[in-house]
Design a protein around this ligand. Structure first.
Ligand SMILES: Cc1cc2nc3c(=O)[nH]c(=O)nc-3n(C[C@H](O)[C@H](O)[C@H](O)COP(=O)(O)OP(=O)(O)OC[C@H]3O[C@@H](n4cnc5c(N)ncnc54)[C@H](O)[C@@H]3O)c2cc1C
Length: 349
């Protein structure tokens, strides 16, 4: 079927949904409160399902050519702050990294997108054939549908992230009690980093000195990255997730991306799932005879899978930063030995 849709939010999920619906012949308008697409941002890891969704949206090749393939950076590792490798990780060659601005620019190309257009009253849009809430972790559309009960809740952790010029000697993650630091390639001549602490509330700037104090003695590229970090480019925020929703649809409204399943970032899957949501929503509505039928199919296809992913991501964060039992964890990881096919095992869930 075809109709007219309004998408609230021009992030990864909203733009993916808009492209997918437009490909099925829908008239789609995206309303985004920001004044323009972001010019800066860190890298997002894209797993094979996300690339398949991008192929379905007709932009897979453009995204591949604007991204770095993790396999090209060699094997990454899980390490201790002292530099001991617990596990060598093989991303299976399927993981691509792309900067968020580059991904959004590709997705936005050709989409009817209004910037500086904040939707203040979601209920006022109830008359459209389809309303897509792609308005992120603090989604007002979700609040309209489910009330305050499913609001974002803190994960009790904060993150700092950014990119630095140049490549780094070793990629991967370093795990310590209550803290972790990750480094990935971000492009042919830049690297992406993120640092996490299990602290409540955010920290005041300057961040660089604080990061040096906490992580500056860590090996395996961490100190090397921190030397190159520019204070002005550091992003810092608390981490949130939302509880599992009873449905991703209600009446003529669908939730996609973080609005539906904002999750801990420890598996790097939130944007991937938002892309898959968008493609699935377009497919389900394109194939259905009515909006209700299409939305029911979308909910069946996406809710259980993404809620499982969110639970795994939360558990991954707890495992990475556990304060008790980490010696046993490290021994167990070491005993897993060889190349842990993390990439392969996570890809197909
Ligand atoms: C530290 C960290 C690392 C991550 N790394 C990865 C990774 O490697 N790979 C990965 O797949 N995911 C990753 N993620 C997750 C990913 O960033 C999110 O899941 C993804 O951006 C969600 O996209 P979205 O479009 O659903 O929401 P958002 O990106 O939040 O977009 C929502 C949009 O809606 C707009 N909006 C909100 N309210 C309104 C309104 N009332 N009117 C108009 N516009 C509105 C906002 O301005 C925004 O542009 C990471 C997240 C974090 C925190």
């Amino acid at each position: 079927m075809k109709g007219n849709a309004v998408v609230i939010g021009g992030g990864v999920g909203g733009l993916a949904a808009a492209r997918a619906l437009a490909l099925k012949g829908w008239g789609v308008a995206v309303r985004e409160r920001s004044p323009a697409l972001p010019a800066t941002g860190t890298a997002l890891g894209l797993w094979p399902e996300a690339l398949a969704a991008l192929d379905e949206l007709g932009v897979g090749e453009k995204v591949r050519s604007a991204s770095a393939r993790v396999a090209d950076a060699g094997t990454a590792g899980l390490r201790t702050p002292g530099g001991r490798t617990l596990v060598s990780m093989n991303a299976g060659g399927g993981l691509h990294l792309i900067s968020r601005p580059a991904l959004l620019a590709v997705l936005a190309d050709g989409v009817d997108l209004d910037f500086g257009d904040e939707v203040a009253d979601q209920r006022g849009l109830a008359g459209v054939d389809l309303l897509v809430g792609a308005d992120g972790t603090n989604s007002a559309t979700r609040r309209m549908v489910f009330g305050e009960r499913y609001g974002a809740r803190t994960l009790g952790a904060v993150v700092w992230r950014g990119t630095v010029d140049g490549t780094v000697g070793s990629y991967g993650e370093t795990w310590a009690p209550g803290a972790m630091f990750g480094i990935t390639p971000a492009g042919p001549d830049s690297s992406n980093w993120y640092a996490c602490l299990d602290a409540g509330g955010t920290f005041k700037p300057p961040h660089r000195q604080h990061l040096q104090d906490v992580f500056g003695s860590w090996r395996s590229g961490v100190a090397e990255v921190l030397e190159r970090v520019d204070e002005a480019s550091i992003l810092h925020h608390e981490l949130f997730e939302i509880p599992p929703l009873p449905s991703y649809v209600n009446g003529n409204t669908a939730l996609v991306g973080d609005a539906a399943h904002s999750m801990a970032p420890f598996l790097g899957r939130g944007a991937c799932e938002a892309l898959v949501d968008g493609a699935a929503l377009g497919r389900c509505l394109g194939e259905a005879a009515t909006v209700a039928e299409g939305l029911a199919a979308y909910d069946r296809l996406r809710r259980a899978k993404t809620q499982r992913m969110a639970a795994m991501s939360r558990r991954m964060g707890r495992l990475a930063m556990m304060r008790h039992g980490f010696v046993a964890r490290n021994v167990a990881l070491g005993a897993a030995g060889g190349v842990l096919r993390l990439g392969a095992s996570l890809r197909h869930r």
